[in-house]
Design a protein around this ligand. Structure first.
Ligand SMILES: [Zn+2]
Length: 306
């Protein structure tokens, strides 16, 4: 049996939003089985809970936003990616502002925080979404597919007209350990030449060398350099995991992306969910061993029963 997970206790984290530039405090609370990941804006009077799922995504430009209008939470993708990466299914995320803090631009701070807080096991089986049929979405020359596989595999290709990035491809076989080692630490990135355009759109007001890899025309500007030579495509995989976790289940399927972004990831989720017969929801016990073993946690993070 592979059980659903939550946090062992509540934990508070403070930081700034990369787009809003605003300081926010987020409190993550343990939640019961089948609660899923839900957000609550505590700075708004009686704002209803926002369930994180593919259908509640209100915007996908430069970030993934849950909800729309005033009751929305922006830039949820890195936090959601870390929850999926550690097999955490149920959390209430209270936040006193419009955007999840960016931390260092990767998932490293969240992984550390969740590890220190502890992970608890709930007495109910995880559910898996098993892909039965290949689905494809495309926008211009960008595309993404999801197809049957015994466990989650992501084959990602990014292409940027920049001498440090160019074309990068990585095939990632999901496991919690691989996620922590290979994906969680990869930071978001931006090109200096896009900064003015993004600022005019009201974005990246909180962006800095402390929370993103910044590239000028030829090189990485950050004095510490890169964490991986292919950190860019690794971050794309981090984003992809966060966005497709909005399917609401653990996933048994292979995702292939070419020049994808939040919009394409969300379109892929929606098209899959809207295609009858393209998937089934099963409990973990009916899956192949390797899909279950992928959710083993490193020794230091072994969960407690709640
Ligand atoms: Zn990202």
């Amino acid at each position: 049996m592979l059980y659903q997970r939550t946090l062992a206790k509540k934990v508070k984290v403070t930081g700034i939003g990369i787009h809003s530039g605003k300081k926010v405090t987020m409190t993550l609370h343990p939640a019961e089985a089948d609660f899923g990941i839900q957000f609550k804006r505590t700075d708004l009077l009686d704002a209803p809970l926002l369930k994180a799922d593919a259908q509640t995504v209100g915007a996908t430009e430069n970030n993934t936003t849950i909800g729309s209008g005033e009751n929305a939470v922006h830039t949820v993708e890195h936090l959601l990616s870390c929850f999926y990466g550690l097999g955490i299914n149920n959390v209430l995320c209270e936040i006193d502002g419009p955007e999840v803090p960016i931390m260092d631009g990767s998932g490293a701070s969240f992984v550390f925080l969740l590890k220190e807080t502890g992970i608890a096991t709930l007495n109910k089986s995880k559910k898996f979404l098993v892909v039965l049929e290949k689905i494809k979405v495309e926008v211009g020359d960008k595309w993404a597919t999801i197809e049957p596989a015994s466990k989650l595999i992501i084959d990602s290709t990014i292409v940027f007209a920049h001498p440090i990035i160019k074309e990068q491809r990585k095939v990632f076989e999901f496991s919690c350990e691989n996620y922590i080692e290979e994906i969680g630490r990869a930071r978001t990135f931006g090109l200096l030449r896009d900064v003015d355009m993004l600022k005019r759109k009201g974005l990246i007001k909180g962006g800095s060398l402390d929370n993103a890899i910044v590239l000028d025309e030829f090189k990485v500007v950050n004095p510490e350099g890169l964490r991986f030579s292919d950190e860019f495509v690794r971050h794309k995989i981090l984003d992809t995991i966060g966005d497709i976790s909005l399917l609401g289940f653990e996933i048994a399927g292979k995702i292939t992306t070419y020049k994808s972004g939040h919009n394409l990831h969300n379109l892929l989720c929606r098209k899959l969910l809207e295609t009858p017969g393209a998937f089934e929801i099963v409990t973990a016990s009916s899956l192949q061993k390797e899909a279950i073993e992928a959710f083993a946690l490193p020794r230091a993070m072994l969960p407690s029963f709640q």
